[in-house]
Design a protein around this ligand. Structure first.
Ligand code: RB5
Length: 141
């Protein structure tokens, strides 16, 4: 499965570690993020990955900025995106089971690398429950 990853300047190191983690799990990772720590605008990087999800270039994507908030707000402006900001794995799992989140975001200044891996893993392993949850998602759309 192809999975996107994107980040701003505050999350280059964490992005590289998560990218490696995903590759070790067997995913093909497409990197839409900032490559250097030079100050940049998270909105552009969130949008880039969100568009890749919507046009089918990748199936889902992981976003990382300082808090996960700015980059997720930008991603959620793209029609068809459901990006959840999660700081722990329970919310990450439920964001897939109940909300069918096709993107997940977290903050490099908020969570450590091991927590970030647990978040990503919980989200990827979860399965959308459908049923009443699909009706609620349809209402958002
Ligand atoms: C960048 O300094 C910071 O504002 C950004 O990474 C993010 O936390 C915004 O939501």
């Amino acid at each position: 499965m192809k999975i996107g990853i994107s980040n701003d300047h505050s999350a280059v190191e964490m992005k590289n570690e998560i990218k490696k983690y995903l590759e070790e799990k067997g995913y093909e990772v497409i990197d839409y993020g900032a490559q250097t720590t030079e100050s940049c605008n998270y909105a552009l990087y969130g949008k880039k990955a969100a568009e890749a999800v919507v046009n089918g270039e990748v199936e889902k994507a992981v976003l990382i900025c300082g808090t996960g908030i700015g980059i997720s707000l930008a991603a959620n402006k793209v029609k068809g995106i459901r990006c959840a900001v999660c700081s722990e794995p329970v919310s990450a799992r439920l964001s897939k089971e109940h909300n069918n989140a096709n993107m997940i975001a977290f903050g490099a200044r908020i969570v450590g690398i091991e927590m970030a891996k647990s978040i990503v893993s919980a989200w990827l392993d979860a399965i959308f429950a459908g049923g009443r949850h699909q009706q609620r998602i349809d209402t958002i759309e």
